[in-house]
Design a protein around this ligand. Structure first.
Ligand code: SAH
Ligand code: SF4
Length: 353
């Protein structure tokens, strides 16, 4: 076995994988078979490729690995069935992903970075600070591990990049990951959520096949957005909205505007009116996300009462805005997608027995 640091084949973009395999694998149909084992079945051992001759599996293992991050913890399923997974990476970094069954569909929420440098003040990932980009293999590994463990048919999978990190600051690896996922999941079933990295949105707009776009707006005006999302100083709110207006949208698709509701800060009647105005003219729907409290976050940040959430949503609806609220019985887990921290979840597990 190769004891140095062999390349993980899942880290290669599909054309590079074909090249790499082509150098050791013949005839060419074997390359297709291996691709199928990886991209459709998501296996993480060459020996699982049962229709590939043993010698060839051995030759592959001499040069390469096919490895996923290792699961170190999984929470007990919440009332709605959601489960949070904690993975450890080769360098010791930790990341999280969430399994969310939703009737006849299943969503998985994936991390794109170990940490996040964007530093939004309401976000636990931001609180713990910058990490590093995840490789395609590390993103695909979260996906396939959860898909396998729950034996979810590919055709009922949705994927959302709303875990730890800013996917558009890890653009190249994100595109490779999407290209692999597209082999079995339609682009309209995949959502990439961004804090508003304008150059990344412009690059995304140029892709021949695009995932759904979700943008975390979170405040009705520039002043408040700068306050809670300092990235606004670099990518001003007005310019962000302008870039969304230019964003090409496929038939039947809309941009999702995410809006974290903070009690007494951005959840008033006039804030809802301002948000309706801000998003006017965009093909978009608003996803209102009641703030998840956390001891690491500023104590003034509170989740609004149910009544204020309802009133906020009502005002949006009355003003012609399509809106959904991210509510979940397993709030501690499912709603936590988007405020993941990569710390051990052992504690919450222990308290549940
Ligand atoms: N970096 C990307 C994707 C990860 S964050 C982004 O910012 O969009 C995913 C979502 O979780 C974002 O909409 C973010 O605003 C939201 N979020 C972060 N912290 C939260 C918290 N404490 N409560 C509720 N939502 C939160
Ligand atoms: Fe990063 Fe998104 Fe959290 Fe902001 S909300 S710190 S961009 S993960």
């Amino acid at each position: 076995m190769n004891t140095s640091n062999p390349t993980n084949l899942y880290d290669l973009a599909p054309p590079r994988l074909e090249q790499a395999l082509g150098a050791i694998v013949s005839p060419p149909f074997r390359v297709k078979q291996i691709e199928e084992w990886m991209y459709v079945r998501g296996v993480d051992a060459f020996d699982a490729m049962t229709n590939i001759p043993k010698e060839l599996r051995g030759a592959l293992a001499e040069h390469y690995t096919i490895a996923f991050p290792e699961v170190v913890e999984r929470t007990t399923p919440a009332t709605d069935g959601s489960q949070k997974y904690l993975f450890t990476l080769r360098d010791g970094n930790r990341i999280e992903a969430v399994y969310m069954p939703m009737g006849d569909r299943t969503s998985v929420c994936l991390s794109s970075q170990a940490g996040c440098a964007v530093g939004c003040t309401f976000c636990v990932t931001g609180f713990f600070g910058a990490g590093r980009n995840l490789s395609p293999g590390e993103m695909l590994g979260q996906f396939f591990t959860i898909q396998h463990e729950h034996d979810v048919p590919m055709e009922s999978m949705n994927v959302v990049f709303m875990g730890m990190g800013e996917p558009l600051l890890n653009f190249e690896n994100m595109v490779t990951t999407l290209d692999v996922l597209y082999r079995s999941i339609a682009p309209k079933r995949i959502t990439v959520s961004t804090s508003g990295i304008i150059p990344g949105i412009e690059e995304l707009a140029k892709l021949p096949r695009r995932p759904n776009l979700a943008v975390s707006i979170n405040a009705p005006d520039r002043r408040r957005r700068e306050e809670i999302m300092p990235i606004t100083k670099k990518y001003p709110l007005e310019e962000l909205i302008a870039s969304l207006k230019k964003y090409p949208s496929e038939k039947g698709r809309e941009i999702t505007i995410e809006y974290v509701l903070l009690a007494g800060y951005n959840d008033s009647h006039s804030d809802a009116l301002a948000l309706a105005k801000l998003t006017h003219g965009l093909r978009a729907k608003v996803n209102a996300i009641p703030f998840n409290e956390d001891p690491n976050l500023p104590p003034w940040m509170k989740r609004p009462k149910e009544g204020s959430i309802d009133r906020f949503v009502d005002t949006l609806v009355r003003n012609g805005v399509q809106v959904t609220v991210r509510r979940s019985k397993g709030r501690d887990i499912a709603a936590a997608c988007g405020q993941l921290r990569g710390k051990s979840v052992a504690k919450s597990r222990a308290t549940r027995g």
